[in-house]
Design a protein around this ligand. Structure first.
Ligand SMILES: Cc1cc2nc3c(=O)[nH]c(=O)nc-3n(C[C@H](O)[C@H](O)[C@H](O)COP(=O)(O)OP(=O)(O)OC[C@H]3O[C@@H](n4cnc5c(N)ncnc54)[C@H](O)[C@@H]3O)c2cc1C
Length: 439
């Protein structure tokens, strides 16, 4: 029988130990699933009321998919769970001594705390870039970019000034990892097949796509073969790829690169990396490179009832001395391990250490082209593209979402069209969506 001993967030205290999970991302969702039927009260907190399938955000930004199809309502996901509570709340602080977390709407105490609040766009402290470029980490940010891009084309048809037309139709993408490469490919598709139909009065030769990366090659986390293939595919789309080049300055109108090139562009997409979403209250020495240091059981040092999993966790091992890659499979596998360990805890059994099973990585560059790295084998082209689509489709939360995404993809493929070229909410630079994404 539950009684309202604690009114914080209006969650009743019961005799079961309370596990508070911060973040309904890949790690948080998987953990809540793993805890089902265990004798815990589970409280999930997220600043949004939905889970975001981030790998397809770039398709929302480039008008390929509806935002709803890559998001899953958290309450709906767990509607059959007992002793489960969801609260839409942004966590702002943790008090490890009082075993309590602070949110914008109240405080909540815990018996066990799982920090799974992921990462945010890394601007490396550059305020100008934070204010002037487009990140791609949350659904509303992808929608901002979609609106901005379409607004620019609407303005281009009405602009008598060729320089202004140039500025409105140029895109600079910063970062040559999977996100940068995928967004460049999607913009290449739009330029080639979709936009000329909508804007017959624009000569699309003026639309230029530039991709810059500070490192020596694209897709640095993948094989050299995949990196070379990605470069080849992007060049086929006419993307100007510059490696060993960084963005030196951007005033909102002109981009200056470290090689001295000046590119007029009203759109700069920031895909240069992520860093952990650190919440206030963690003791000194527990955060390294923006991530929370944890042991092989995902425990915070000195606090055996506090865990961090997913992007936010920095677990150093012999094979991964700088922590595991910030990717969805790591987040989900750590959640599965923690779920099993919390089950073992009930029976006073010792915890089992985390072991990462790397199943490979992949990236797609427009239709029919992708690169896949398996642990012992790399391949590219059409088969890789089919594999990419299958894996992504099967990973999306919810059967309905899978159907919607599949039907969109089939439609886009057959018709060379995109169904979502709508400016639903006009983008205003001063209202850029940043919820929780601080510098
Ligand atoms: C554009 C993009 C493309 C990607 N593509 C791939 C890919 O192809 N393959 C792959 O494996 N990985 C990819 N990733 C990485 C992958 O999405 C992450 O590794 C994964 O999401 C990490 O899971 P997580 O649960 O740790 O964090 P997240 O999935 O980011 O979840 C964190 C959750 O915490 C919530 N949250 C954050 N702060 C607070 C707070 N203070 N209070 C309350 N709630 C909070 C957020 O709203 C979010 O729901 C991509 C990432 C991006 C941004």
């Amino acid at each position: 029988m539950s009684t309202f001993q604690h009114l914080h967030l209006e969650i009743p205290r019961c005799e079961k130990p309370r596990v508070v999970v911060i973040g309904g991302g890949f790690a948080g969702v998987q953990l809540v699933k793993s805890l089902r039927k265990l004798p815990y009260q589970v409280v999930l907190l997220d600043r949004h009321n939905y889970h975001t399938f981030q790998p397809l955000l770039y398709q929302v930004a480039t008008a390929g998919l509806e935002p709803d199809s890559i998001a899953g309502a958290l309450r709906q996901l767990f509607e059959k769970h007992e002793d489960f509570y969801f609260r839409m709340a942004r966590v702002t602080g943790i008090d490890l001594e009082k075993k309590c977390i602070k949110t914008l709407v109240g405080e909540l105490d815990y018996d066990m705390l799982v920090i799974a609040n992921g990462s945010k766009t890394n601007y490396f402290g550059d305020k100008k870039m934070y204010e002037r470029t487009f990140p791609m980490k949350q659904v509303p940010q992808a929608l901002d970019l979609r609106s901005h891009m379409l607004q620019n084309f609407e303005q281009t048809v009405m602009s008598p000034d060729p320089d202004e037309q140039d500025r409105l139709t140029n895109f600079v993408i910063v970062g040559g990892g999977p996100t940068g490469v995928e967004v460049a490919g999607a913009l290449g598709e739009l330029k080639k097949h979709v936009l000329p139909k909508d804007y017959p009065d624009i000569d699309f030769d003026i639309m230029k796509l530039h991709l810059v990366d500070g490192g020596p090659r694209l897709l640095a986390g993948m094989s050299q073969k995949s990196s070379d293939k990605a470069m080849e595919y992007l060049k086929e789309f006419g993307v100007d790829v510059r490696t060993d080049t960084r963005l030196a300055d951007y005033d909102g109108k002109d981009v200056t690169l470290t090689d001295g090139t000046v590119i007029p562009a009203k759109t700069v997409i920031w895909a240069a990396g992520v860093t952990g979403n650190i919440i206030d209250g963690l003791p000194e020495g527990t955060v390294e490179r923006g991530r929370i240091l944890v042991n092989e059981f995902n425990q915070l040092k000195g606090y055996e009832d506090v865990y961090a999993i997913g992007d936010i966790a920095m677990m150093k091992t012999k094979d991964y001395p700088n922590g595991f890659p910030m990717v969805a499979p790591v987040a989900m596998q750590q959640a599965e391990y923690l779920g099993k360990n919390l089950k073992r805890k009930i029976k006073d059994k010792p915890f089992v250490p985390f072991k990462y099973k790397d199943k490979g990585s992949m990236a797609t560059i427009g239709r029919n082209r992708a690169v896949v790295d398996l642990p012992k084998f790399h391949f590219g082209g059409f088969v890789a593209w089919l594999v990419w689509m299958f894996v992504h489709l099967m990973s999306i939360v919810g059967f309905r979402n899978r159907l919607v995404v599949l039907s969109n993809w089939v439609w886009n493929y057959m018709t060379y069209d995109r169904g979502t070229r709508l400016i639903i909410r006009t983008f205003l630079r001063n209202h850029k969506y940043k919820h929780g994404d601080t510098l």
